[in-house]
Write a protein that binds this ligand. Sequence first.
Ligand SMILES: [Zn+2]
Ligand SMILES: [Zn+2]
Length: 166
Amino acid sequence: MLPLIIPAFVLGSAAAAYIAKGKCKKCQSKLTLNEKCVICENEICGDCGEYTGEISYKNWVIFQGGRCCLDHIDKFEKQINLSKNKIDIADCVILYSKNYKGKIPRHTLNKEIKSDFHKNKDSAEMELKLLASDNGCTSITNVSFIKETKSSDNYKYTVWQCYGKI
Ligand SMILES: [Zn+2]
Ligand SMILES: [Zn+2]
């Protein structure tokens, strides 16, 4: 199952609805669909842009799907690779549970960090790892989870938040 919360570096947003009455920036044809290039945000028609569906990597959504103008395909692919690298680096961050009694590495920043709430425990942990690697840290100590029950209408669900120190 894919995490419901997407890391902050996700490109573009298929969900961001907007009303466009414009013309394609490239060929000037009138647009029937609202589509923006995910890189330059210019409106672009289907002939002048390429649509890519959702891309996920190691169970993380790194792209929600969207159009990219032909001039920016290279840039787009570079961004996708950057996102994959970011996840690869975060994946190597070592976690030490708050119950761990052994020797732990020295803290780099002496700072508490926490993830957002996720419906999936692993996603909360992964977000914490991404936060740590963004701060140049290779390990997290005092790792703990908080579990909460939320409800919308009559539907109850569990969410997880992950805490740690870097
Ligand atoms: Zn066009
Ligand atoms: Zn573009």
